[in-house]
Design a protein around this ligand. Structure first.
Ligand SMILES: NC(=O)c1ccc[n+]([C@@H]2O[C@H](COP(=O)([O-])OP(=O)(O)OC[C@H]3O[C@@H](n4cnc5c(N)ncnc54)[C@H](O)[C@@H]3O)[C@@H](O)[C@H]2O)c1
Ligand SMILES: [Zn+2]
Ligand SMILES: [Zn+2]
Length: 346
């Protein structure tokens, strides 16, 4: 079968590999119908994910049809249409039981698919702990509507959940990339008083203005003044940092009002400073980390109810045979791309 493989630093290539087989009683084999490309795939390509194993098939955001299940998998069966969770988790360890599945202590726990074990930019993928990592897609939800449930939408949902947003809040989201927009969609469900998006890319600002006209948008250079002018207590009540640029960690806490929650979703290439003397007395709460992606069933329900719609994020579609072109477009942010869908059976 065709797979998109991490060959060496800077090099991904379509290669032929054998179709995966069940290796454990909790495994499933999924025929991948649609996959997507994530900024983390680019991090692997450029060597900034040390745990990524050369030779693995990349891709950790996909949907498909269950082909085969191990003897201990009872939650899904062959023929079921499913989302695949970016995180592998056992569901039984200390962290899993608390919902902190990102820190599952199993050797395959956390982000393994498309990083440490073969992922889903391929015709088929083996999913460990399939009873936890696969969720059935409701009949009324299409593959395209469900494509981001296991990764970027899971991230937006988790970030929103931990940010303790109330109806009185002014919420600032920094960054309107795919993850920032998924965060926006989940924040909108909380009905805060005001949502402000700070984004430097004019095309993405236009995308927000056209699709979500109630959301205020601002460029980074004007962000601090704008947030102060558009909030009641000297800054945003909740800030979600989803950009990951050199300046945006500082921008995030500067735009926060005293006693605000600052949720840092972004991953940085460099160490960030926490200048405690400058922020002393602001009494901020920081929430930082990797997504605990265990709310897929709930997000699928919200999609089925029409409350979350991530389909407009799919700006381009490619067959697997042309995935090189899809990467070039996504990586170089060509043609207004937000997300690509890759048809893995073509
Ligand atoms: N915590 C997690 O589990 C998790 C999961 C997924 C993604 N992420 C991280 O979230 C971040 C966003 O991911 P993405 O896929 O949307 O990537 P992305 O690069 O497409 O999005 C970043 C956005 O921020 C904008 N931006 C850059 N500099 C800015 C600035 N100074 N001010 C305002 N906006 C600015 C960019 O134009 C872009 O639209 C990345 O750092 C990614 O690694 C974290
Ligand atoms: Zn990802
Ligand atoms: Zn676990």
């Amino acid at each position: 079968m065709q797979t998109y493989t991490y060959v060496s630093q800077g090099k991904f290539e379509l290669t032929e590999k054998p179709k995966p087989v069940l290796m454990h009683e909790r495994d499933a084999i999924v025929k991948v119908t649609l996959a997507s490309i994530c900024s983390s795939d680019l991090h692997i390509k450029h060597g900034s994910v040390p745990r990524a194993v050369p030779g693995i098939t990349v891709g950790h955001e996909m949907v498909g049809i269950v082909e085969e299940v191990g003897s201990a998998v009872s939650t899904v069966k062959p023929g079921d249409r499913v989302t695949v969770n970016v995180e592998t988790f056992c569901g039984e360890c200390f962290f899993c039981k608390k919902g902190y599945v990102n820190n599952c202590t199993d050797k395959n726990g956390g982000w393994a698919l498309g990083c440490r074990i073969d992922g889903g930019q391929a015709e088929y993928v083996r999913v460990p702990f399939a009873d936890r990592g696969l969720n059935k897609i409701p009949d009324s939800v299409t593959d395209r509507q469900a494509l981001f449930v296991g990764d970027v939408l899971a991230t937006g949902f988790w970030a929103t959940r931990i940010s303790e947003i109330t109806g009185d809040d002014t919420v600032l989201i920094i960054g309107a990339g795919p993850t920032g927009i998924c965060t926006l969609l989940c924040v909108m469900l909380k009905n805060p008083k005001r949502i402000i998006i700070c984004e430097k890319d004019e095309i993405r600002i236009k995308f927000i203005n056209e699709n979500y006209p109630d959301v205020l948008t601002v460029l980074p250079s004007e962000c601090l003044n704008f947030v102060q002018a558009n909030s009641e207590h000297g800054g945003a009540d909740v800030v979600l940092e989803v950009a990951g640029a050199d300046s945006t960690f500082r921008l995030a806490w500067e735009c926060a009002r005293p006693n605000a929650i600052v949720t840092v979703v972004a991953l940085y290439d460099k160490t960030q400073a926490l200048p405690l003397p400058d922020m002393y007395g602001k009494n901020l709460t920081f929430k930082i980390g990797g997504v605990d992606g265990c709310d897929c069933e709930e997000t699928l329900k919200l999609i089925a109810q029409g409350k979350i719609n991530t389909e407009p994020l799919i700006t381009h579609t490619y067959p697997l045979s042309k995935i090189d072109e899809a990467y070039d477009l996504f990586e170089n942010k060509k043609d207004g791309v937000i997300k690509v869908a890759v048809d893995c059976q073509k």
